[in-house]
Design a protein around this ligand. Structure first.
Ligand SMILES: Cc1cc2nc3c(=O)[nH]c(=O)nc-3n(C[C@H](O)[C@H](O)[C@H](O)COP(=O)(O)OP(=O)(O)OC[C@H]3O[C@@H](n4cnc5c(N)ncnc54)[C@H](O)[C@@H]3O)c2cc1C
Length: 383
């Protein structure tokens, strides 16, 4: 190490911590990364199922999609990405439909043979035009697609996912018209889409494979660990940094009920369940995430969503008014901390796709390298 090299502590070996760590290690700094889990890659962690040999997305399905060419080049520098298109189905009212709601879904649902303009005109008749100023998720959906499609495809799923009525969720969750008037059932619009051939954990292990990086797994961060380090990059929960002393930021957590099957069970990677009477939101059949592999057996997860309690894994930040107010208080305190930068989905209490996580981590690392002595608590605004 040269005399200019800094001693960096990173909390979290997910994508945020790994990408910043790699950049600083390549610049000659000494990087120590701690993670309380027994593996790297955070929530993107993948591993081979012992019974079936299938690559399992342990914390829920992860599909890589981006328009960011630098991020796409970055991940391809550490792992081969195979072409993958996310095509989701849903079971609702005893029938299977294609998602996102597209011309096929509309024609199946109404038993029609509409062409695009006809379907658009038909849905305009279904839409509730009395709603001029939609404030809730429900208003917004009724205004866009009418009651039938809303109840079949949006209402039950949203209620199960968020644990509250869509009437209590803001309209902003359903920003654009959630319907396509063609047969395009590719879930994402992004230019680059794919799956890592050997899973995300292998990719993250390669990102971390640098002589200046030491990774300590099964290791909880302790504020006393800051001593002896020039700077901390913290990708754990921001409220956790302060010992949750103002209260806990609200999250939804997920429970996965694993089951196996000989052969194919549902014929696709993701099957949503829109009916409120079905307690889970979706079933994922993991072998379909790696269509280039062949497996006799199959492993599946039923996914249940519920309020996150202390000790659960926080998945989706709720970010309603109350949570944002509490976040504001934590942010104010965080701004006063020295030699620490908060990043990633937990450090900034935001839902972030993987590509955005990597983009923000690259920008954060660059900012530090440009001027380590004036590194702020945040390089993005969490509000
Ligand atoms: C169900 C689900 C599905 C998703 N699907 C997709 C998808 O299809 N496509 C997509 O692009 N993105 C998807 N995402 C988003 C993706 O998971 C995130 O972008 C990514 O995980 C963020 O990485 P991160 O490093 O910021 O956080 P994390 O992956 O959460 O990593 C943070 C790490 O910090 C560790 N940690 C926290 N606190 C401490 C502490 N005090 N001490 C030690 N270690 C600590 C944790 O153990 C964890 O490993 C999905 C997310 C969820 C929840």
């Amino acid at each position: 190490m040269s005399p200019e090299s800094k001693r960096i502590l990173i909390v979290g070996a997910g994508l945020s911590g790994a990408v910043v760590g790699r950049m600083l290690a390549e610049a000659g700094h000494a990087v120590k990364i701690v993670d309380r889990r027994p593996h790297v890659a955070g929530n993107c962690h993948t591993e081979r199922d012992a019974d079936t040999g299938v690559m399992v997305h342990v914390y829920g399905p992860h599909i890589f999609h981006t328009d960011d060419a630098e991020v796409w080049d970055y991940v391809n520098g550490f792992e081969t990405f195979r072409p993958y298109r996310n095509r989701v189905k849903t079971t609702s009212g005893g029938a299977v439909y294609s998602l996102p709601v597209n011309l096929h879904t509309i024609n199946q649902f109404y038993g029609r043979t509409f062409r695009p303009a006809e379907a658009r005109a038909f849905l305009e008749e279904q839409a509730d035009t009395t709603i001029t100023d939609p404030r809730t998720f429900e208003d917004q959906a009724l205004r866009f697609v009418g009651r039938d499609l809303y109840e079949a495809f949006f209402k039950g799923y949203t209620q199960k996912q968020w644990g509250c009525s869509p009437r209590d969720l803001p309209a902003s969750i359903l920003k654009r018209l959630p319907v396509r008037f063609n047969y395009d059932d590719n879930y994402f619009f992004h230019r680059f889409q794919g799956m890592p051939e050997n899973g995300y954990t292998v990719m993250v292990e390669r990102i971390l494979d640098h002589p200046n990086i030491q990774v300590h797994l099964n290791t909880d961060f302790d504020r006393r660990d800051m001593a002896g380090h020039d700077h901390v990059f913290y990708s754990g929960p921001i409220d956790g940094w302060f010992g949750f002393d103002l209260g806990r930021l609200g999250y939804r957590t997920l429970d996965f009920e694993r089951f196996t099957h000989d052969g194919d069970w549902q014929g696709c990677a993701v099957m949503n369940y829109g009916d409120v009477g079905v307690p889970f939101t979706r079933i994922t059949e993991h072998k379909y995430f790696a269509p280039w592999e062949e497996h006799e057996g199959s492993v599946l997860y039923r996914e249940f969503s519920r309020a996150c309690e202390p000790g659960d894994i926080p998945y989706y930040p709720i970010r309603q008014m109350n949570e944002k107010a509490l976040l504001g208080q934590y942010l104010e305190r965080a701004q006063g901390e020295r030699h620490v930068t908060f990043l990633g989905r937990l450090g900034t209490y935001r839902y972030l796709d993987m590509d955005v996580t990597i983009r923000e981590a690259l920008d954060c690392g660059r900012r530090y390298l440009a001027d380590p002595d004036s590194m702020p608590a945040f390089t993005v605004d969490p509000l």
